[in-house]
Design a protein around this ligand. Structure first.
Ligand code: IPD
Ligand code: CA
Ligand code: CA
Length: 261
């Protein structure tokens, strides 16, 4: 089976397990504090994904959230795995969480899949082949004026309440747009931009496994991704994140985000 088909198949099976699971208190563990949790199902899902990939492609590198990297250093193909993006939603709502799988050949995207588990919506894109939600093509919105836009912010508490270089910029941007939303899953929020359901995304922090699938989907849907200072989004490091329906608005948005203090 080739890589995309393997990913599609494995993500579909892992999602079925998550939909049926009954989370118990003893399945939930604190990573660093009460806002940073992991469950038995995060780890189990990542194990399922890793085993499936390494069985067929033992040389591939894997960067996942819950386990140390596999085959790092020199492998031509790297997989970025977030077994549950939106663990807080998984625990508190049992919806609005995703499985995110991005596959890269060094710095070239191969494909990305983001499964909205409870809605059974699989967002996916292969390089050069457009972006899709299940069998339907998706495209970013055509809104041009920032005043008409919806801004999605993954990590609202951090963005607005914590002190960081973009805090005032988030306030300025939030004042300009039509509305601000936040689901609590970077991967799903990138897919909202790709599907034209929101127009802009800004995150003060995002990890490779959070966005390395969704960013491919945004770009294949006609949108653009950058860091919050307008640079190319790195592949292997924690970063700020800006996604938008068109690079045409980049300078206007960067001006609002720029910290004037
Ligand atoms: C988190 C979610 C959340 C974002 C955090 C991420 P997790 O991922 O995507 O929306 O604000 O920065 O870490 O921990 O649920 O995989
Ligand atoms: Ca995540
Ligand atoms: Ca996660």
């Amino acid at each position: 089976m080739e890589r995309f088909a393997l990913a599609y198949d494995t993500v579909t099976k892992a999602a079925a397990i998550l939909r049926q699971c009954h989370l118990r208190e003893e399945d939930i563990h604190i990573k660093t504090d009460h806002k940073d949790l992991v469950t038995y199902y995060d780890r189990r899902t990542e194990q399922i994904l890793r085993e499936s990939i390494l069985d067929s492609f033992p040389q591939d590198a894997i960067v996942g959230e819950e386990y140390p990297p596999a085959n790092s250093g020199g492998a031509p193909v790297t997989w970025y795995l977030d077994p549950i993006d939106g663990t807080t939603n998984f625990i508190n709502q049992h919806r609005n969480y995703a499985i995110s799988v991005g596959c890269w050949e060094q710095d070239r995207p191969l494909f990305g899949l983001v499964m909205d588990v409870e809605r059974q919506l699989l967002y996916w894109a292969k390089r050069g082949e457009g972006a899709w939600c299940n069998e339907e093509p998706i495209h970013v919105s055509r809104r041009e004026s920032i005043g008409d836009m919806l801004l999605t912010i993954p990590g609202i508490q951090h963005a607005f309440l914590d002190s960081h270089p973009y805090q005032q910029g988030f306030f300025r941007l939030a004042r300009e747009v039509r509305g601000v939303r936040g689901i609590g899953s970077v991967a799903l929020e990138l897919c909202e931009v790709a599907a034209g359901e929101s127009d802009l995304l800004a995150a003060a922090q995002s990890c490779p496994w959070d966005h390395n699938a969704g960013r491919i989907i945004v770009q294949e849907a006609g949108g653009a991704v950058f860091t919050l200072d307008g640079n190319a989004l790195p592949i292997d490091s924690k970063t700020t994140l800006l996604a938008m329906n068109s690079a045409d608005r980049k300078n206007e948005i960067l001006h609002l985000l720029k910290d004037l203090h």
